[in-house]
Design a protein around this ligand. Structure first.
Ligand SMILES: [Zn+2]
Length: 271
């Protein structure tokens, strides 16, 4: 397990305040082009004889999917859970159960209120973004505080709702002492795919993939597919690892575009 970071105290708060002032002062008029970025994350490959994959699960809101958690515990498969303060408040027993397996599970930060960590007023995947630098910081710090209060351990990774950012909001997250977790394989389409499709996607993971799935929709069929896909990977010889040797990069977001205005003389592009 990664130890709590000793440097996230008043010194860090002062650095963040300075950074926010810096960002506000440096933003030229008209610079807000709405461009979003999307971090990607993989882990070091294990090679054909011992391929590796990191399982990561978002717990956005709602309940806990025991089909997935039970499979992980039964087969002693490591995973990283990104939880919000909101989810913690509704699933305290499950969080305690996860935290009782520190050899298997890491509890990381998915934010306070599940607001995308974007410092502009946009909507992504139907979610209204935090909307300002201060609100992004509140999302990050609120999530971290809730995890520390519930588990006694401060998170070191952050993945915001919708996993989209601006370059400025990424800097805010990092200045708050968090590493930003992307992913390389979305397994469940945000939790809305069917069981078979989800299992198929998971079973098609490649060496080094960081898998994203959801663990907060126990009534949907995707979770059954996640559990089946995990076991299919195990049967293929994959080893499951944490994010200790992850490799990150950042690219322009492919979808969705934050806002498209139709031209004055005709309809806009189909979205
Ligand atoms: Zn989420």
């Amino acid at each position: 397990m990664v130890a709590a970071r000793p440097d996230r105290g008043r010194g860090a708060a002062a650095r963040i305040a300075a950074l926010l002032l810096c960002l506000l002062a440096a933003a030229p008029a008209g610079a807000a082009d709405g461009g979003l970025v999307e971090p990607r994350l993989t882990v070091v490959k294990g090679g054909p004889a011992a391929p590796r994959v990191a399982l990561t699960f978002d717990a956005c809101d709602g309940a806990a999917d025991q089909r997935i958690i039970g499979t992980l515990v039964e087969h002693r498969i490591p995973a990283t859970f990104f939880v919000t303060a909101r989810w913690i408040a509704r699933n305290r027993a499950t969080l305690a159960a996860l935290a009782s397996h520190p050899d298997l599970f890491a509890i990381e930060n998915h934010g306070a209120r599940h607001l995308p960590a974007i410092d502009r007023e946009v909507q992504v995947y139907g979610l209204a973004a935090a909307g300002s630098p201060a609100a992004v910081l509140a999302e990050v710090e609120g999530g971290a505080r809730a995890i520390a209060a519930a588990t006694g351990r401060s998170p070191t990774w952050f993945r915001g709702a919708a996993a989209l950012y601006t370059t400025d909001s990424l800097a805010i997250v990092r200045a708050a002492g968090m590493k930003v977790a992307g992913y390389s394989l979305g397994a469940d389409g945000g939790g809305v795919l069917g069981a078979d499709e989800t299992a198929r996607r998971l079973a098609a993971a490649r060496d080094g993939d960081v898998v994203l799935a959801h663990v907060n929709h126990p009534a949907r069929s995707a979770g059954a597919g996640v559990a089946a896909g995990i076991l299919a990977l195990r049967d293929q010889g994959f080893r499951f690892v944490g994010l200790e040797d992850a490799i990150g990069s950042v690219a322009p977001a492919r979808l969705p575009r934050p806002r498209v205005r139709p031209p004055p003389d005709g309809p806009g592009p189909a979205m």
